[in-house]
Ligand binder design. Sequence first.
Ligand code: FAD
Length: 621
Amino acid sequence: MEYPHRFGVIVIGGGHAGTEAALAAARMGVDTVLLTHNIETLGQMSCNPAIGGIGKSHLVREIDALGGAMARATDLGGIQFRVLNARKGPAVRATRAQADRVRYKAAIRGILENQPNLTLFQQAVDDLIVENGRCVGAVTNMGLRFHADAVVLTAGTFLGGVIHVGLDNHQGGRAGDQPSNALARRLRELPFRVDRLKTGTPPRIDGKTVDFSVMEEQWGDDPVPVMSYLGKVEEHPRQVCCYITHTNEQTHDIIRSGFDRSPMFTGVIGGTGPRYCPSIEDKVNRYPDKNSHQIFVEPEGLDTHELYPNGISTSLPFDIQMAAVRSIRGFENARITRPGYAIEYDYFNPQDLKHSLETKHMPGLFFAGQINGTTGYEEAGAQGLLAGLNAALLSQEKEAWAPRRDEAYLGVLVDDLITMGTREPYRMFTSRAEYRLLLREDNADLRLTEKGRELGLVDDTRWAAYVAKRDGMEQEQARLKATFVRPGTAEAERVNALLDKPLPHEYSLMDLLKRPELSYRPLAEAAGLAPVADAVVEQVEIAAKYAGYIDRQEAEIAKLRAAEDQPLPEDFDYGAVKGLSNEVKQKLGEVRPATLGQAGRIPGVTPAAISLLLIYLKKHR
Ligand code: FAD
């Protein structure tokens, strides 16, 4: 049966990737349908109830800068906010929020339901409609056929999902949900490279059975941060405390006693797990000398007693989970509400994707989220937004767009995936970005909102807030450059007091702000300046303090871009370039690119390798 309406874009899957994809396409004015198993699970957090953190908050802010929902839902559902690395440099500062699972999901659903041009439809998709090699639609499990110009697939951990607890296993997309087997079989018939990955989650615990008095308290920051550029602290629900406890030698002995029934150690699970989020059995096995591991005890929400013990993800048998949990300080009488488990699922080699996230082998079909080999809500949401906007551009017969590595973490994420592929669940870190100082969580709007507006992703309210910040910054920088403090004046006396020594001659406020011992607020007060918005102060201050480093990174980017057209001789001896890995040398030798730009687009040839080539060419000109 045909659905009686043709859409511009179909999005399959209502997780973090799918919801951002559907919202992006609809915001761009394209008639969009989101097909998902269950409308009640739109925006569901499959694992930890938290958004953000190092590297990840950068992605959340980029989604926000392009008009997406994740940061907004975090502000509406967040029950504890902290800025990590607050004392370190601005490049690695990261906001993390503990979210009330139910409130977060409700916020996402509210945003979806109120989005013009978006239809929500509850059905499992079992098949894709392919005509002349193009993907032009999807078929649901009751045989309903939807047609569109482009299809975005975001099936998460559901494709061929198998859930493991000890040596028991069963099929499932995540606990309590059916897997997508028919669709997985269909996709395996198509020319995509498919493999298996795995991820895991800890048992959940009934907070009524926990002794918090023996645990360390961990409160959020005061003043409470916000996640969205449009966020307001007043919108946050009540803020709560988290707790910290630890595993001990006894816990580790119990865990070891279950190794012979571990699906991971007995080879029942074949897929690779997330290296940076290992299970507790993995940690005990890998670090035999460590006699304790930290556990963050996080509330799952305001209206539930359930707790998420962050740090003890496991797929050990249930009796071992029970005993291990009860050996932990504060959990002696704990009751488990849901067992921990691991899930194995199909993912596709992301090297088969273009930068737009359209698949190379099937025009019109886009992949986003966990199915591209990533892990994490933020990584999924960011890809979803990119795939959704490119599906919309395809429907509008416009050229695809993707940010570059020097413009966004989203650019780094996609470029890493499609050039290098991944053999293990990929998560974002600030260390993956070459231009960290330019790609900060505080300036994602300055990097992306203008592009978002041009694409049709950014509404008038966000645009007005952005323009006020951008113009405010420019005006403030001009004011600081034009305002001078002259020795002998009252202003100079106050600045002298801040510096603890007299100013030898007159200085502009901008020059004074560049000094490490002076910060904006006291300086502005000393100079008697009228106050400006906090967001403006933050940008002006970072730009002044890090001007040298920022200029250097910008110059490096300009140099690399200018080098794009630099020719590479046909007989270039890549073996002679010191510092290049053998793998890169081999690839360059095989492809023999005509220019540096072309070399940079060869999968696996990193910007660092391009820099080495550039230096070599200059030396041997
Ligand atoms: P999902 O959130 O999985 O959403 C997929 C959506 O697609 C669902 O709504 C589903 O119903 C729908 N769907 C699937 N197939 C179909 C179909 N055929 N038709 C219609 N709808 C369909 N991340 C971490 O960062 N750290 C962790 O430690 C971690 N542990 C995890 C542990 C477990 C057990 C699980 C399940 C996930 C874990 N994750 C973890 C991953 C995190 O949940 C995902 O990265 C994130 O949810 C991926 O978002 P997504 O949108 O790609 O997919």
